[in-house]
Design a binder for this molecule. Structure first.
Ligand SMILES: O=c1ccn([C@H]2C[C@H](O)[C@@H](COP(=O)(O)O)O2)c(=O)[nH]1
Length: 265
């Protein structure tokens, strides 16, 4: 529903469909960069013609959609995209993704509860899966006070240093620690352009190390939510806590107790 239109009131309205904002509209209007020229939009349904017009007018140059045999492919959408030079292509994920946070999941809910930070932690977790670190994959997600995602990151080699070529070992001959950029650092530096992360919240799947702690403080982030893990509580964590305390950064432990399955079938 549009901002300000209470979901519960409008959802039961006889003409509920009239009020609903399509996902694409929300993605385009809630963007964080100045313009969407040459951007790609990923959508879970083939866009209808109304949405296609908005996509074209926004400057988006590519649409990637999930194939769904049940959904109708409006021919006008393709006709308009072709005329306006917007590429459209289907994306078939080659595997389903199960986000199982440390296996201590409650399976009693048919629909995942993505409130209370669960969504942002899930996005941090999903982002971590892009890391090529064979031992430890970390993900982070920065959210502003309007609950909009402004940055994500995972542990990887610096820009230009190929993740498949730089070492991921721990020995003196092959030492990842010299090179690797931590997830939190990447989330801060790879935030959407022009966005200030001052007063934002950072969600991370690992308790931030002291070096990331410094970057977090200097960037102006005010809240850090980390995933509960029995490995937390090391000496090093105490140093991060001390710095956060002194700098007014609030720390929250997040217990993710659900399993989210991304079933693309
Ligand atoms: O706050 C942190 C701490 C660590 N990381 C990254 C750096 C490495 O790639 C791994 C840790 O590897 P281990 O073999 O488990 O020591 O995690 C991070 O992104 N953020």
């Amino acid at each position: 529903m549009p901002t300000g239109c209470n979901n519960k009131t409008f959802i039961n309205h006889t003409y509920a469909n009239f009020f609903e904002c399509d996902a694409e509209i929300n993605a385009i209007l809630n963007k964080n960069s100045i313009n969407l020229q040459n951007c790609t939009i990923f959508v879970s349904l083939y866009p209808c013609s109304e949405t296609a017009k908005i996509i074209i007018q926004s400057g988006i140059k590519e649409v990637v959609y999930l194939p769904d045999p049940k959904s109708y492919k409006e021919p006008a959408t393709k006709k308009m995209f072709d005329a306006s030079g917007v590429e459209i292509r289907e994306h078939t994920p080659n595997e389903n993704i199960k986000i199982d946070f440390f296996h201590h999941a409650k399976l009693d809910r048919p629909v995942a509860d993505l409130s209370g930070g669960n969504l942002f932690m899930a996005i941090a977790y999903l982002t971590s899966k892009r890391s090529k670190d064979p031992v430890c994959q970390v993900g982070a997600c920065i959210v502003n006070s309007d609950n909009k995602i402004v940055g994500t990151g995972y542990n990887g080699m610096p820009t230009g240093c190929n993740d498949d070529e730089f070492p991921w070992g721990k020995s003196s001959k092959s030492n990842k620690f010299i090179y690797v950029c931590h997830a939190e650092m990447n989330a801060v530096f790879y935030k959407s352009s022009m966005i200030n992360v001052k007063d934002c919240t950072l969600y991370t799947t690992r308790f931030p190390c002291i070096e990331c702690g410094k970057i977090i403080i200097q960037s102006g982030i005010k809240d850090v939510v980390y995933l509960k893990n029995p490995k937390n509580g090391k000496e090093e964590d105490r140093a991060t806590k001390e710095m956060f305390n002194a700098s007014g950064v609030k720390l929250y432990e997040h217990e993710q107790n659900l399993v989210i399955t991304l079933d693309f079938a």
